[in-house]
Design a protein around this ligand. Structure first.
Ligand code: MOS
Length: 748
């Protein structure tokens, strides 16, 4: 039976600093990148410098003779012939060091040496004979007839038409519209650029493997490693106590982890293998570029009559997630919808999930289209969206949402932003003009079981909390400790946490999909409640009172009927005898027949220089329905971080591939521009819309990490339009793109 939803809370919802903030900031926290083991070797990877090449020969003899070099791995080593990169049907199409290199940065060989410098030097002495091949890096080119093939089966990831969806009668919908608009929108390929680079430390003890990994999910890595090395799960231990950002790029096992494990086995020494910053730009994934042709019909009264999306995406050389259409099919009420998506292979780095995969791209198109439709019918953009709020999930067989605060996000966001005033403000006269824009959004996935958590309360009243989840830096550990503090009344500094270690913590899925809080906090709550129930039972015996009349208040168990009957937790005789109470909590199922979704609306005011094309985001406001706010501080951190990332999508970030060579020309943090403090407005606010959703899970939470960046870029683009009257359909809106568009309009 589910516990009663929380009413007023003492700890949950308050702004609480991360409980490991001191460790993280002082350098005391041991990230996987910091792990140093006695006798450890350092490994490095030789990568293909070509967009498309066949490795004809690898000669590592000179490298092996270099000082400090202890081992080399290539495709010639039988143990390294591990299948990699499944296609859309799940069949591996490559190997760890596959001689067919389908993009720049593919792994060709690796070296383990006494020092990182010796490993790097040795890489330069490996002689590789490449046969370069023609390549295709642009997705439009990749799906033309006769295009250079990335894989033997051609360039389609799956046959065209697969996964297309349609409801209602789209042609009829367009016929019934007063206004029909059609536009093609583009977003660029973005790199995750996590603060901590990717890598692992591997160590063998007999047949048992231990890996310190920077990962979003230790149990997923354990399973993938066990499969790759053909080992039982029980012999593989993955530890990820601290990690410095993933954004989706650390959801899947990396080749670097397997290579470190192979070297460690081969040499009998622990091996550390971390990528350089430059390597991470090439080889750990990206948010793929997308081209979205969107057609929309609307009646004068603001009723949407039809939506049609034709999307082309590229996964790069190997498949992963790239669909974008969900919000077109779900966010706004519309009876007639068609979504067609085409995925092609190109000779470029592989896509990976990246913070709300597909959703910011879709918003870029859909929310700019909504803005344009609103203008055409002379309706305020917020009012127009409010006319089209859905109570059911149209993309999921019209099942009702457990809750939707979308309308309130729009209303409250507009209020705190000062939407009306901002829209009516004088735009400016000189070179700088101002404008305000907004966008709505949602996230299309919800987590569920399995997740297990253990709470151990000791005789002195202190607590160990045991969770399998990785804390990506978002404050997961803090939120989970707050749940324990809420239920048991134990102060946060009396709670010690074990997390993200497959050998010592309990199973849960990876921290991704904005589902960590909604999956793991109910398990933690259940564990804490089990401890509480055990304490009450002990007190009932000791006080000679019925357990049903007892409750735990401020570290004391008190009888409601006779308040003189009370006992401190530390004075419970049974607790003293057994020394510890253990509560095991499990995540229950999601409600049947319903859909759990978070919603958002974001607002931006920008300033554009019509002579130079520069844009400044002056301020932003966000309103999010992610269910209950667990920690007001980390909640805001997520929203402000998400909006900053969204500004990057809108204004600065793009992987640039050279047409002549197919190589990435900005594979570094200098030329690939992520927003800095100077690009993000100091004036960011966020309001939390809590729909008191007691159906989604037992902590009433829905997930925030990804929705935080879904509408941002579109809101900025809409503000640019409001300021200038020029619609920027391609992201990022760089000064060069902006000035080109502005001068084109000036000329006529
Ligand atoms: Mo997220 S893209 O599931 O880390």
């Amino acid at each position: 039976m589910n516990p009663k939803p929380w009413g007023d809370t003492a700890v949950v919802g308050k702004p609480v600093s991360r409980i490991d903030a001191y460790e993280r900031l002082s350098g005391a926290a041991i990230y996987s990148l910091d792990v140093l083991l006695p006798d450890m070797l350092h490994a490095a990877i030789l990568r293909c410098p070509h967009a498309h090449a066949i490795v004809k020969k690898v000669d590592a003899s000179a490298a092996l003779a270099m000082p400090g070099v202890r081992a080399v791995l290539t495709d010639a080593d039988q143990e390294a012939r591990i299948p990699w990169h499944p296609d859309a049907q799940g069949k591996p199409v490559s190997r760890l060091f596959d001689p067919h290199c389908r993009c720049e940065g593919e792994e060709v060989a690796a070296v383990a040496a006494e020092t990182p410098q010796q490993a790097a030097d040795a890489l330069r002495r490996i002689r590789v004979e490449y046969e370069t091949r023609p390549f295709v890096i642009e997705m439009e080119a990749a799906h033309r007839a006769g295009a250079t093939q990335v894989h033997d089966g051609g360039n389609y990831v799956y046959p065209p038409g697969t996964g297309d969806t349609e409801r209602g009668d789209v042609a009829k919908g367009f016929a019934e519209a007063d206004v029909v608009l059609e536009e093609t929108y583009r977003t660029s390929c973005e790199i995750h650029t996590t603060m901590e680079v990717h890598g692992s430390v591997a160590k063998w003890d007999g047949k048992r493997l231990t890996v310190w990994n920077t990962t979003q999910g230790v149990f997923d890595d354990q399973a993938a490693l066990a499969a790759a090395l053909k080992m039982p799960l029980s012999d593989v231990r993955v530890i990820g106590h601290y990690m410095g950002g993933g954004f989706g790029s650390k959801l899947n096992l990396g080749k670097y982890t397997v290579i470190a494990a192979l070297f460690a086995r081969k040499t009998g020494r622990p091996v550390k293998l971390f990528l350089s910053r430059e390597e991470t730009f090439l080889s750990v994934g990206n948010r793929p570029a997308h081209t979205m042709k969107l057609k929309a019909g609307v009646r004068k009264d603001g009723t949407l009559t039809a939506l049609e999306l034709n999307g082309i995406g590229t996964v790069g050389a190997y498949t992963d997630w790239t669909t974008v259409g969900y919000q077109v099919a779900d966010l706004y009420l519309c009876p007639n919808v068609r979504v067609k998506e085409l995925q092609v292979y190109t000779h470029a780095g592989q896509s990976r999930p990246f913070r709300a995969p597909g959703f910011p791209q879709c918003s870029w198109a859909l929310e700019q289209m909504m803005d344009a439709l609103a203008e055409k019918i002379g309706m305020d953009p917020v009012e127009f969206r409010l006319k089209n709020i859905a109570a059911v999930s149209q993309a999921e067989e019209n099942k009702p949402y457990t809750s939707t605060g979308f309308a309130e996000c729009l209303r409250e966001g507009a209020r705190v932003f000062g939407w009306r005033q901002a829209r009516e403000r004088k735009k400016g006269d000189g070179a700088w003009v101002r404008g305000a824009g907004m966008a709505g959004g949602m996230w299309g996935y919800a987590g569920g079981p399995p997740s297990t958590a253990i709470v151990r309360l000791y005789a002195d009243g202190s607590v160990n909390l045991n969770i399998g989840a990785s804390d990506l830096g978002t404050g997961t550990k803090t939120v989970m400790a707050m749940v324990v503090a809420e239920e048991l009344g134990v102060p946060l500094d009396r709670i010690q946490i074990e997390s993200a270690d497959t050998a010592t913590t309990q199973y849960t899925g990876a921290s991704g999909g904005s589902k960590t809080v909604m999956v793991d906090s109910p398990a933690v709550r259940a564990a804490a409640l089990e401890v509480k129930a055990a304490l009450v039972q002990m007190a009932a015996g000791q006080l000679q009172a019925a357990a049903s009349g007892l409750s735990l208040v401020n570290g004391e168990i008190v009888s409601a009927d006779s308040p003189d009957k009370r006992v401190k937790v530390q004075d419970l005789k049974t607790l003293k005898e057994q020394q510890v109470v253990v509560g095991v909590g499990r995540r229950g199922p999601n409600p049947a027949g319903k859909v759990i979704r978070p919603f958002a609306a974001q607002f931006a005011e920008v300033e554009v220089n019509t002579r130079t094309g520069e844009m400044r985001v002056l301020r932003m406001a966000a309103a999010h329905d992610s269910g209950r706010v667990m920690n007001r501080l980390t909640y805001e951190n997520q929203v402000f971080g998400g909006m900053t990332m969204g500004i990057g999508l809108a204004m600065t970030e793009q992987r640039i591939l050279d047409r002549e060579t197919g190589k990435m020309v900005n594979a570094n943090w200098h030329d690939y521009k992520i927003p800095t403090m100077k690009d993000a407005p100091a004036d960011m606010t966020c309001v939390a819309i809590d729909p008191h959703d007691h159906e989604c899970d037992t902590t009433s939470t829905k997930g925030l990490g990804e929705p935080a960046m879904v509408p941002t870029a579109a809101a900025v683009a809409n503000a640019f339009y409001h300021a200038t009257g020029v619609r920027m359909t391609s992201a990022p809106i760089t000064p060069a793109e902006a000035i080109a568009a502005l001068s084109k309009r000036r000329k006529g």
